[in-house]
Design a binder for this molecule. Structure first.
Ligand code: AMP
Length: 214
């Protein structure tokens, strides 16, 4: 099964993708993670995208489609979870074609609905384990007192994303409404869209997604 998790920054796509990886043996394809990896390892592409990402603008379709094309040729296990991709209509068209070329289908698009007011507090409170990428939140899921990650058991420290600040978030939200939200209509028209409330506890959202996937 191949699915898309669609929603604004801070909707909880990464958290729910990690759960699906653990429970359904699916493969998470997060273009944000791929771009951050390129940036941190200082590749040519990483240098090109660094400023764009810091501002909260979208990286070009060409770059992200290229990243996804490469990954689709790899192992897929229990199917792919597209997390943060597609973010524009051209990316959605490209994904459809790429899946078709690999003899794959897109089975569901899960929209995670969260109020804008909740996004700012979620994002500014967010950090991830430097060892495994597990997501923590100062309010809803604080880092353990002994600073040992509850998932990987390591104490490698916790990172805050450079673009998780209010200025960048405003721009990321603007990009979402201008360029990504039209995908809701696009997938609705294809009969693929399932919307879940992304505001509840992590387990409640997980249950809603499970329900939607059947
Ligand atoms: P994310 O981790 O999904 O929040 O993505 C972080 C940043 O990476 C975004 O604000 C964009 O600058 C860039 N990015 C990630 N995915 C895409 C995409 N599909 N298209 C364009 N830019 C992207």
């Amino acid at each position: 099964m191949n699915i898309i998790l669609l929603g604004p920054p801070g909707a909880g796509k990464g958290t729910q993708a990690h759960i699906l990886v653990d429970e359904r043996n699916m493969t998470q394809l997060s273009t944000g993670d791929m771009l951050r990896e390129a940036k941190d390892s200082g590749t040519e592409m990483g240098k090109i995208v660094a400023d764009v990402m810091a501002r909260g603008d979208l990286v070009t379709d060409e770059i992200v489609i290229g990243l996804i094309r490469e990954k689709l040729q790899g192992e897929k296990g229990g199917g792919f979870i597209f997390d943060g991709f597609p973010r524009t209509l051209p990316q959605a068209d490209a994904l459809g074609k790429l899946l078709e070329e690999c003899g794959e289908t897109l089975d569901a698009v899960i929209e995670m609905q969260v109020d804008d007011s909740a996004l700012v507090s979620r994002i500014t409170a967010r950090s991830t384990c430097a060892g495994c990428g597990e997501v923590y939140n100062d309010i809803t899921k604080p880092i353990p007192a002994d600073e040992t990650c509850t998932k990987c058991g390591q104490a490698k420290g916790f990172n805050r994303r450079a673009d998780d600040n209010e200025d960048s978030l405003k721009n990321r939200l603007m990009e979402y409404y201008k360029k990504t939200s039209p995908l809701l209509g696009y997938y609705y028209a294809k009969g693929m869209l399932e919307s879940v409330n992304g505001l509840g506890e992590i387990d409640e959202v997980k249950a809603s997604i499970s329900n939607a996937l059947g």
